[in-house]
Write a protein that binds this ligand. Structure first.
Ligand SMILES: Nc1nc2c(c(=O)[nH]1)N[C@H]1C(S)=C(S)[C@@H](COP(=O)(O)O)O[C@H]1N2
Ligand SMILES: [Mo]
Length: 185
C-alpha cells in the first residue's frame, strides 16, 4: 500500500513538474507548409503566407465529379488565376495556363477560362445554366472559412466561384488538388 502510494505520488509529481517547467511542446503550426511556383515571363516562388498576401477574391462555388457526385457548394476564398498570372508578367491572348499537381495531374486553361468565360455551369440540382453569372477561377486556400486539408486538395486547390454568391457548380475535373505550380506558356 505504502509503496503503491509512493509510486502514485512520484508519478503525480513528475507529471506536475513536466506541466510546470514544460519544455516547449513541438509547435503545431496552423500555417500549412506550402510552395507555389509561378512560371511566366518571370518566375516567382511563393510560400503559404506569400499566397495569402496577394489580393484575394471570395464567393460561392461547387463542383460535380465525372461520376455525378456533387461537392459543395462552398464558401470559397482564394487568389484569382488572373492575379497569379500578373505576378509573372501576365498572359497573352494566345497563351495557356497549365496548372500542375505533384501526382502528375495537369489542367490547361486558355485565356478566356482564366478570365472566367466559357465554363459549363450547373445549378446545385445539376441543371445546366443557359446564362451563367460572371465566374472567377481561383487558387483556393479557404473552404467554408477553413484552410484546406490534404484530403480536400489543400493547401491549394483550383476552384471556380461566383463573387456575387450564387451557388454555381462547375466540372470537378478542373478543380486541381494540391496545386504546386502554375505555368504560363
Ligand atoms: N491533383 C489532382 N487533382 C484532381 C484530380 C486528380 O486526379 N489529381 N482529379 C480531378 C477530378 S477528375 C475530379 S472529378 C475531382 C475529384 O475531387 P475529389 O477527389 O475531391 O472528390 O478532382 C479533380 N482534381
Ligand atoms: Mo473526375
Amino acid at each position: 500500500m505504502h509503496r503503491a502510494l509512493a509510486v502514485a505520488l512520484a508519478v503525480l509529481a513528475a507529471v506536475m513538474a513536466a506541466g510546470c517547467t514544460g519544455t516547449p511542446s513541438p509547435s503545431i503550426s496552423p500555417v500549412p507548409n506550402a510552395t507555389l511556383v509561378l512560371n511566366g515571363t518571370t518566375n516567382v516562388t511563393l510560400d503559404y503566407a506569400g499566397v495569402l498576401a496577394l489580393p484575394s477574391v471570395s464567393g460561392v462555388g461547387g463542383a460535380v465529379s465525372t461520376t455525378g457526385i456533387l461537392m459543395g457548394p462552398y464558401r470559397i476564398k482564394g487568389v484569382a488565376l488572373s492575379t497569379l498570372a500578373e505576378q509573372v508578367g501576365g498572359m497573352g491572348p494566345n497563351q495557356t495556363m497549365r496548372v500542375h499537381a505533384p501526382d502528375g495531374y495537369m489542367w490547361v486553361l486558355d485565356r478566356d477560362r482564366v478570365d472566367g468565360e466559357g465554363f459549363v455551369v450547373f445549378s446545385p440540382e445539376l441543371k445546366e445554366l443557359a446564362n451563367p453569372p460572371a465566374l472567377v477561377p481561383v487558387l483556393m486556400y479557404e473552404q467554408n472559412g477553413t484552410p484546406l486539408s490534404k484530403e480536400q486538395g489543400g493547401p491549394f486547390r483550383i476552384a471556380v466561384l461566383d463573387p456575387a454568391g450564387s451557388p454555381v457548380i462547375t466540372e470537378g475535373s478542373g478543380w486541381v488538388k494540391w496545386v504546386d505550380r502554375v505555368e504560363i506558356r
